[in-house]
Design a protein around this ligand. Sequence first.
Ligand SMILES: Cc1ncc(COP(=O)(O)O)c(C=O)c1O
Length: 368
Amino acid sequence: MEYEEPLFFTMMQYADAADRDVVDMVSGNPDWGAPEGISDGLHDYADAGGEAFQYPPSDGLRELRERIATRRGVDGERVIVTNGGGMANTLGMARALERFDGSEVLLADPVYPYYPGKTEMLGGVQRFVPADDEGRLDPADVRAAASDETACIVINTPNNPTGTVYREDAMRELVAIAEEHDAMLVSDEVYDHFDFTGAFTSALSFDSEHAVVTNSFSKTYAITGFRVGYAILPRRDAPAARTRNMLTNVATSRPAQAAVVRALETTDASYHEANRERLRERVETFTAALDRAGAEYTTPEGAFYVLARFPDYPGTMANAKRLIDEAGVAGMPGEAFGESRGDWLRFALVTPHVETAAERLAAYFERQ
Ligand SMILES: Cc1ncc(COP(=O)(O)O)c(C=O)c1O
């Protein structure tokens, strides 16, 4: 895939400029609000001033790193707080390409489009492995594609855009393949709080020198604008990644980190459970309308996206724009995620107007 401006922005701008009311199902911005600790932490931070307004440690506030390390059961030396999950992925992939001899990065198709973009930016070579019908990479296919040229395997669980959750066996296999081929598994787990199956397994469960886990508070606490995420690297890789993070970002925003620390202290499991419940309901409402529209669709096991294929309506950019103009619903063209789901459209369930969107889509395709 070409390294270019992500199509997300093109679609959002098109929807914004439309001459009608449009339900935006393009972006991945949660609409359900952050936990109270986020605002409380920010208010208190604003009053602190002085030293608290100066540089934080480059790899993150000590309280934050310690909390993450304790929660994830790892040594704090392995944790780097980053500018969102995006930077954490860059650190993991860059380290893989630096440490190992190969230059290939194995990616799923369909893929979260920033991974191929990063691969190219980092001088790596993209190699796509088609996902199965459930939207997962079959470890056997990854094994067949892996070679001495492989430096990195990137997976995302729960998955954007397919909604799939990798099971423990598959995760174990993927880590093993990275080890056998002297490569790094980068496991992007930013949607780990949005697992509807209970089967989510982090790559951290397998103590490996060949796995980097990335995560973020963007989705966990509905704060995509704060830019706080983290990478957990093998002990031997953390120092190089720490330096790369320092040279690239200096540090991650201190007020945002302070707010996340407070939220970690004060948010209980019911916040996450309520978010999952809301999403389950939205999935039901939306997919019921897709049935009425005669569409094929994925029922997500996690994350917050539904892929849909409408009869005689391939998910091209032109058709995604037509859907905005004629139905008042904005989704992402499937072609943005690679070749294999080029006929599909992706809808993000992060709007209170899912029901309106569902009704509009059903009515629009019933008329077609
Ligand atoms: C799979 C995946 N990884 C990473 C990110 C980026 O996360 P962040 O906002 O924390 O950089 C996203 C955002 O949508 C995503 O879908």
